[in-house]
Each structure stands twice: as C-alpha cells, then as structure tokens.
Design a protein around this ligand. Structure first.
Ligand code: PHE
Length: 455
C-alpha cells in the first residue's frame, strides 16, 4: 500500500510550522525573555536557532524524507542491526510523554478561554485570579475533563490521516492563528504606556548575559522547534521527494521565530501599559493564567469591551497553537505504532490516546490530590517535563547530529538535501562541520548544565 503524503508543499510547511508554534512560543518564550534580560536574550536565541536549530532541523528532515518511515523505522533503514534505532525509540517515548503533560496545560488554556468568554476576569484582582487558578488546577476532576477534551480533539484529527486530518487542520488553523496574533500585536503596541515594553524587547542589555542565559536560549530553541524527538523526522517522512528541504527548514524556523517575537510584542507592551514591572517576578510561570488576565484588564481600563475581546482572542490563540503541536506529538507515536506493529491508523491512534490520557491524568492530578507524590524529588508533572526537556531532547539532539555528521555517508546526506544534486546548497560543508563538531559539544553543555556542572 502506498504511504500517505502531504498533499501540497505549502501544506507540509504549514503543518510543520504548526508543530513548532505552540505554548513554547506564546508562553515559554516571553517568560524566558522576561527572566533573561529581554532583547539580549532574543539575539542569543536567534543565534542559537541559526547555528544549531537549522542544521538539526535539516538533519531530521533528511532522515525522515529519505526513509519515508516513522521515527524508529527511519534509523532501522539507515543503520540496520545497529543500536541507532534507540534514537528513534527515545523520540517515540518522549513524544508520548510530552503529549501527556503538554495536554494538561493545553486543557487549562481551554478552561481559560471559557472563562474569558464568560467575562470572568472583569474586576478580579491578582489575588483573586491566583486563587481562581489554584482552585481550578487542583480540582479533582475539572482539569481532567479539559485534558481529555484536548487529547480527544487531537485524536480526531490524527485519525483522519495526513492529508485530510493534519494538513487540512493546519491549513485552517495556522492562518487563523496568524490573523489573531497580528490583531493582538497591533492592539497591544498602540496602548498608552506600551513604550517601556517595546524598549525592553528592542534595546539589548548585555549586562545580564551569562552562561545560564545562553543555555536557556538553547533549551528554548529545542523546545520551540520540536527538535530531537523524531517529530520533524516523522513529518518529513510525509514530504514529497521534490520538496526543497533547506527552504522548508528556513520557512519553518522563520515562522516559529516570528510568532515567538510577536507573542513578545503582545505581552510586554500590555504589561508595561498595565503599570507592571517587566522582570522575572511578573514573567514567571504564572504569566498566562494569573498575570495576563489582570494585565489585559488594567491595560484596557476604561475600554472593558476591548479587554474582553483581547482576552478571548488571546486564549483562543493559545488553544490553536497548542492543538497544532499536540497533533504532531500524537503523530510521532501513531505512525510508530501503525508501521512497527502493523496496526490500522485508528487503532494505533487509540492506543496512543488511551495511554496519554492515563499519564496525562496523573500529571494533572499532581497539581492537586497527587501533589505529594514525588518522582526523583519532583511532582509527576515536573518529572515528565524534566525527562523530555532536559534528557530526551538534548540526548536526541546530540545523537542526531552525530548520526548525520559522522555515521551517514556524506554523499547520501548531500544527495538527500540537494534532491539528488538538483538543488544548490552552498553551505553544505558548513552544515556538516556544525553537525560534527559544534552541535554535539554545544548541546552537551546544555545537558551538563542541569547537573550544576557550570555553577
Ligand atoms: N514546539 C512546540 C511548542 O513550541 C512543542 C513541541 C515539542 C511540539 C516537541 C512537538 C514536539 O510549543
């Protein structure tokens, strides 16, 4: 049976950009930027993306497109009988875990969209918003209902297949996301008092830059570009043979960075317009669910209808961004189950959905009744996040760069990236140099950082 492909090149890029654009852009990026000194962090982040993100994304694209196979099957084809298949296995495992805990937060965004639509933030002060959030996230069943809703929505799209499900959904949701984000940016930068937020984003202060800032930028680049988990490799396995891989990678990276920057241009001007400080205190993990509902009320004081529309659109934006990412996480495991265990797509997807709901429920309950359960000193949710972001992603990244830089024949890599010599890729040797020497060392540094090696 012929393997499914994306129907158009543009659709393939939109779907891949949909995977990259997620809570990582709209929540994590502004939080990291706020914590790490604003514009200087952004410049370092862009450097990380160009130096490491682009080569690694291209590597995953070439592995996937060359083998037209799921994340583990790809390594099996390129390196049969070797332990390299473990790179794919780590990716599939991480894809499963990331979907489980990411959907918890994605579920929260749904609840907050409902609250925004019901105008529940009006008149609430930060203390009330905080207790509202804590009450909801620790509730025994309500967050579970939203979690299941997000996973089931994801499931329904994945079951429809590549063209009719994933691509069609990206074709609708990505333009919608773009329109909403442009409207929000325009509203935010025009607010009186937005200037301070804009300066924070545009005027680099390098005095705050240290090793930790650079490592945070690298970590953010990995998460935001969905690197190291076999996700890009899986999507690229559905790319057409004629797709220009370097161009696709540059397009996805540009869209991802642009959306992250635009999220900054929504959040920082609104925060300064609301008279709140732009520092790590404001930009902590509470940002989305506690600080911003208050910021939007304050920033649009006197225009309550605009505050209402702004809040509704913002949470809608988060749902869309999260959904296009959860779909890609789901597809990593679904394609693996489908091809390696010869299951039909609906069956493979159902196995993944049920397993994710189980782990997701445990993650969600770790904000409430299971709050005292600790795994290696962390709550279940934090443990899952840690295992993916601090273990699987960096290890996956190191191994992928070594695999493409050292293990694969240079000619094979070149043929795939240049579409059999028909495309000119002038920086090919630089790419190989980065994959051989720069990427493994740089990522190893992120990896070791978590053990406090550099403190
Ligand atoms: N890149 C997504 C985001 O920014 C998260 C993601 C990670 C998606 C890993 C797929 C795989 O939110």
């Amino acid at each position: 049976m012929e393997r499914e492909n994306f129907g158009s090149k543009f659709g393939a890029i939109l779907a891949t950009a949909g995977s990259a654009v997620g809570l990582g852009n709209i929540w994590r990026f502004p939080v990291e930027t706020g914590k790490n000194g604003g514009a200087a962090f952004i410049l370092i982040y862009i450097a990380c993306i160009l130096l490491l993100g682009l080569p690694l994304m291209l590597s995953e694209f070439m592995i996937g497109r060359h083998t037209q196979s799921n994340a583990t099957g790809a390594y099996h084809r390129l390196a049969p009988g070797t332990p390299w298949k473990w790179v794919g296995r780590i990716g599939v495992f991480a894809g499963f875990i990331v979907l489980s805990y990411y959907s918890v937060v994605a579920g929260w965004t749904c609840k907050y969209a409902v609250l925004a639509i019901g105008n529940q933030f009006e008149g609430a002060d930060p203390a009330q918003l905080k207790s509202q959030f804590l009450e909801f996230s620790s509730h025994p069943w309500e967050p579970l209902a939203y979690l299941v809703l997000m996973i089931v929505l994801t499931h329904l799209v994945v079951v429809m297949g590549i063209k009719k499900g994933i691509e069609k959904c990206a074709n609708i949701l990505m333009p919608a996301l773009f329109i909403i984000i442009v409207v929000l940016v325009v509203c935010s930068v025009l607010l009186p008092g937005a200037g301070e937020g804009l300066t924070f984003l545009l005027k680099p202060d390098f005095s705050k830059v240290n090793g930790g800032v650079i490592l945070s930028a690298l970590g953010q680049a990995f998460f935001s570009l969905s690197l190291g988990l076999g996700c890009l490799c899986t999507y690229a396995s559905y790319f057409k043979r004629s797709t220009n891989l370097p161009k696709a990678a540059v397009s996805v990276i540009t869209v991802d960075s642009l959306i992250a920057l635009m999220a900054g241009f929504i959040i920082f001007p609104a925060t300064s317009a609301a008279g709140m400080p732009l520092d790590s205190g404001t930009m902590g993990p509470d940002l989305i669910f506690i600080t911003l509902p208050h910021v939007f009320q304050q920033a649009f004081a006197g225009l309550p209808w605009l505050a209402y529309i702004f809040s509704v659109l913002f949470f809608l934006l988060l749902i869309i961004a999260a959904l296009t990412s959860t779909i890609s996480m789901h597809e990593i495991v679904t394609s693996y189950m489908k091809e390696e265990y010869k299951l039909s797509r609906p069956k493979a997807a159902t196995v993944e959905t049920v397993a994710c709901i189980v782990i997701g429920v445990l993650c969600s309950l770790s904000f409430g009744v299971l709050g005292d359960v600790s795994v290696f000193g962390r709550t279940i949710f934090d443990f899952c996040d840690w295992i993916v972001c601090e273990f699987c992603m960096p290890i996956g990244g190191i191994l992928i760069s070594i695999f493409v830089g050292w293990y694969l024949k240079k000619q094979l890599v070149k043929d795939e990236i240049t579409n059999g010599g028909t495309l000119r890729v002038p920086l090919f040797n630089v790419l190989i140099f980065v994959l051989r020497y720069v990427a493994p060392v740089a990522i190893l540094l992120i990896f070791l950082d978590q053990f406090g090696v550099f403190i």
